[in-house]
Design a protein around this ligand. Structure first.
Ligand code: G3H
Length: 541
């Protein structure tokens, strides 16, 4: 089949979709969750469009999945008030609850969440075009993350259950909540990335206002009842609508203590500036990235190609950790390109539920036009699309475009494309690549491909102070979730991992006293008679 024929048969007719994956009717969502109640919104709704089109007698028709509430600022502030009230200046039921009990609430939520796997996976495919395998992986990885978080908290709590004695001072140190958290996730991992802040925030005793990502919104709907039933009223509140209208008002209120956000550094800066008490606000941010791959002249080319193809094109390049620019040494660039193009050609375009499909339609409105503009800019400045069929489009679908030779004058050299455009920059002098990294505004991760220990070792040292993770002979990625995930410069604020996230959403409080008989007796009595939930030596199994 030629590339053109592949695109001709890309979108299915409604009847061709297997029954199990069909999306029939529209979901009109008016519910949002505030103070333990699913409320009904009677105001305007936002239409939810799928990246999937159907082939009809009238041409390609975009599937409309339904609609979600476009809450106004006042309603969003009502949700914030519920969270503030549930926190009750640190005196609420949730922030003062014993850790073991909070864990039980989260476990109850997880049981209910697992029941919704099929519904959420289906919506992941229809709302953001993620293929079936990756959608299932996103759901399962999120459940695993919750289990790991529970285990990490038990471990943390066990370590805090003992007293310490330093310089005649007896102390017990525990991590306690910060206050009210605002959690917002990205559209490319609308479940997983959101929950990697939401769950740690909750389990540490904070109360939360959660606003789903701009896309991948309906897929939170099947979880609303589980949220409602698993936590005390006001502990988790879920709002919808435009960020400008709702989130700006929340930040400007000055009542948010932790801002967990994944998106652009520009949006994060604008929102942070609205907060009137900057020192009261803690931020956990995952932001822009332009992760480079550096292919050295001594290299296992097959491995480099395989990793660079998945690194740059899995989920159509829509990952913050994707490889977004490939620097390939002139001595190997020809062989690299030939193998790279062959591998790209083997990737199967299609609908998310189809077997073996990895290239799917893009969910963002205007994305195909944006990618076309990036390619046209590079072409006007001397690059060519060098893979067969590269850059062909149909409605929301963009077939990967491999651009070569890319240079510093082109937009794609600096801009984060967040899509299936792969810029390849040939280099002779490694210093140009090193300068690129040192001068970059971003510092999330990078990948080094090479077999010469001297060269690889030197580059590791050069980049150790530039990015949060250096991958050797492997693509960039977030996992395993127990490893730190962060970034420097404009790429992130704070570090997330199962273990670190618990720290991000809490602060240590020390209770200390002089090591004297009267004090020792007092502390012993408090513990023996269970007079405190903080001062205890309870050990969670
Ligand atoms: O979009 C950014 C994600 O954190 C990337 O996660 O490397 O597991 O795809 P991943």
């Amino acid at each position: 089949m030629t590339d053109q024929q592949l695109l001709d048969s890309l979108f299915p007719a409604a009847a061709d979709i297997p029954e199990k994956y069909r999306f029939e009717g529209q979901l009109e969502q008016r519910e949002y969750l505030v103070n333990g109640t699913l409320r009904t919104w009677h105001g305007p709704l936002a239409q939810v469009r799928s990246p999937v089109y159907l082939a009809t007698a009238n041409g390609d028709e975009q599937v409309i999945l339904g609609s979600t509430p476009l809450l106004d600022a006042e309603t969003a502030l009502g949700a914030l008030d519920a969270a503030v009230h549930a926190y009750d200046r640190g005196q609420g039921e949730w922030p003062t609850m014993r850790v073991a009990e909070r864990i039980q609430h989260v476990e109850a939520f997880l049981r209910r969440m697992r029941e919704q796997r099929e519904a959420v996976v289906k919506l992941l495919m229809w709302e953001i075009g993620k293929n079936l395998k990756d959608s299932e992986k996103e759901f399962d990885r999120t459940c695993d993350y919750i289990v790991d978080t529970i285990n990490a908290l038990k471990e943390l709590d066990r370590r805090s259950s003992r007293f310490e004695l330093e310089q005649d001072t007896l102390g017990q140190i525990r991590r306690v909540p910060m206050g009210v958290a605002l959690c917002m996730g990205p559209y490319n991992y609308p479940l997983n990335e959101t929950f990697t802040t939401l769950i740690p925030a909750l389990i540490m005793g904070n109360t939360v206002v959660f606003k789903p990502a701009k896309l991948g919104v309906l897929l939170i709907r099947p979880l609303l009842e589980a949220f409602r039933d698993s936590f005390p009223a006001g502990v988790i509140n879920v709002i919808y609508g435009s960020g400008r209208e709702t989130v700006s008002a929340l930040m400007a209120s000055g009542k948010i203590d932790i801002f967990a956000f994944i998106g652009t550094n520009k949006a994060a800066s604008d929102l942070k500036k609205l907060h009137p008490r900057p020192h009261r606000l803690r931020a956990a941010l995952g932001l822009d990235a332009k992760n480079p791959a550096i292919v050295l002249p001594e290299v296992d080319l097959d491995n480099a190609v395989n990793e660079c193809v998945t690194g740059s094109l899995s989920f159509n390049g829509q990952r913050c950790t994707a490889l977004k620019i490939l620097f390939v040494h002139e001595d190997v660039v020809e062989g690299f390109i030939e193998k790279f193009n062959r591998k790209v050609h083997s990737l199967v375009p299609g609908m998310p539920w189809e077997n073996g499909v990895s290239l799917t339609p893009l969910p963002e409105a205007g994305k195909v036009d944006y990618l076309n503009a990036l390619v046209a800019d590079a072409q006007a400045k001397g690059a060519a699309v060098i893979n067969p069929g590269g850059g062909q489009t149909r409605a929301s679908f963009f077939y990967p475009a491999v651009l070569y030779p890319v240079n510093a004058g082109m937009r794609v050299y600096q801009e984060e494309q967040f899509g299936p455009v792969v810029p390849i920059v040939p280099y002779r002098d490694l210093e140009t690549v090193i300068d690129y990294v040192l001068e970059s505004d971003f510092g999330q991760q990078l990948s080094i491909f090479g077999t010469d220990p001297a060269q690889v070792g030197r580059l590791v040292d050069t980049f150790a102070n530039q990015v949060g993770r250096i991958n050797i002979n492997a693509q960039c990625q977030r996992g395993p979730d127990t490893y730190p995930f962060n970034g420097r410069k404009n790429s992130a604020e704070g570090t997330l991992s199962v273990h670190d996230a618990l720290r991000v959403f809490s602060i240590r409080t020390l209770v200390a006293t002089r090591f004297q008989d009267g004090n020792k007796a007092l502390i012993s009595d408090i513990i023996r008679h269970r007079e405190s939930t903080f001062l205890t030596t309870d050990y969670i199994f």
